[in-house]
Design a protein around this ligand. Structure first.
Ligand code: GTP
Length: 237
């Protein structure tokens, strides 16, 4: 069996990743595959926290003509829908999970309580953190960075539709170069948009490395956790 490099990880899944080719809502084949990869991590003894975005349902920037705060709260609710879907699919595969929300909705899920989250992780339960940070003006990337710091995750696995960090948008520039390694300082100075600057700074200040990789290659989550070179590693050194 492959040996994991990390004991506790934070997996950040973008909402778009859950939509697959549909671009909206869920592609259940894709969600099943992601869930299967999470299951394999749990079976290797890795403690998994997960933050899911909401972009497959709602993006704050869609809210032209609306208050930013309202649009952001709608996005937070979208992450709850995604968390429930992921929870259900994981549990149908026999993976024990808990959803914790940053905005109380007790009929649906537990509220976020750090010590309870850590206890769940220690018991081998996957903890899905929903509703972002509970505050407008913060992205789900920032929620992932914040929760990662709070639960003492050793690394953030930033699963994306692109397979790493490039010097320019690879969808627009065919000569875009992929980085194997970057420092947080470089990401901030070159404005590389790995995460937003709030999330990047939080990881930098708390020394939490990020591995940015493509979700489209099956097995990548496990490879990243086992220390294989996938995508781009962003750290302080
Ligand atoms: P341990 O005490 O470590 O065994 O954790 P546990 O999660 O099994 O215990 P708990 O009694 O807290 O929770 C039992 C079940 O109720 C779990 O599925 C929780 O997710 C769920 N649960 C706990 N608190 C809440 C809540 O405030 N709202 C909702 N909707 N579910 C909750």
């Amino acid at each position: 069996m492959t040996t994991p490099k990390y004991k506790r990880v934070m997996l950040k899944l973008s909402g778009e990743a859950l939509a697959g080719k549909n671009g909206y809502g869920f592609d259940f084949e894709v969600v099943q595959r992601i869930a299967q990869e999470i299951k394999e991590l749990v079976e290797m003894g890795v403690q998994v926290g997960a933050v899911v975005g909401g972009g497959n349902i709602w993006r704050g920037r869609y809210g032209a003509g609306m208050d930013r705060t309202t649009a952001d709260y709608m996005g937070m609710l979208a992450t709850c829908i995604n968390a429930m879907a992921l929870q259900n699919i994981l549990e149908n595969m026999g993976v024990v999970t808990r959803v914790q929300t940053a905005i109380e909705m007790r009929e649906i899920a537990e509220p976020f309580i750090r010590r309870k989250a850590v206890r769940h992780l220690e018991k081998g339960r996957v903890v899905i953190f929903a509703a972002g940070t509970g505050n407008p003006y913060f992205s789900t990337d920032t929620a992932a960075a914040l929760r990662a710091a709070e639960i003492c995750a050793e690394v953030i696995l930033l699963a994306k539709n692109v397979d790493g960090v490039y010097d320019s948008d690879p969808n627009l520039n065919p000569n875009a170069q992929k980085f194997d390694k970057l420092t947080f300082q470089e990401v901030l100075e070159r404005d590389l948009k790995v995460m937003d600057s709030t999330a990047t700074s939080l990881c930098k200040d708390n020394n939490i490395p990020i591995i940015v990789f493509g979700l489209n290659t099956p097995g990548n989550i496990k490879r990243a956790v086992c220390g294989d070179m996938v995508g781009t590693l962003v750290s302080n050194s």
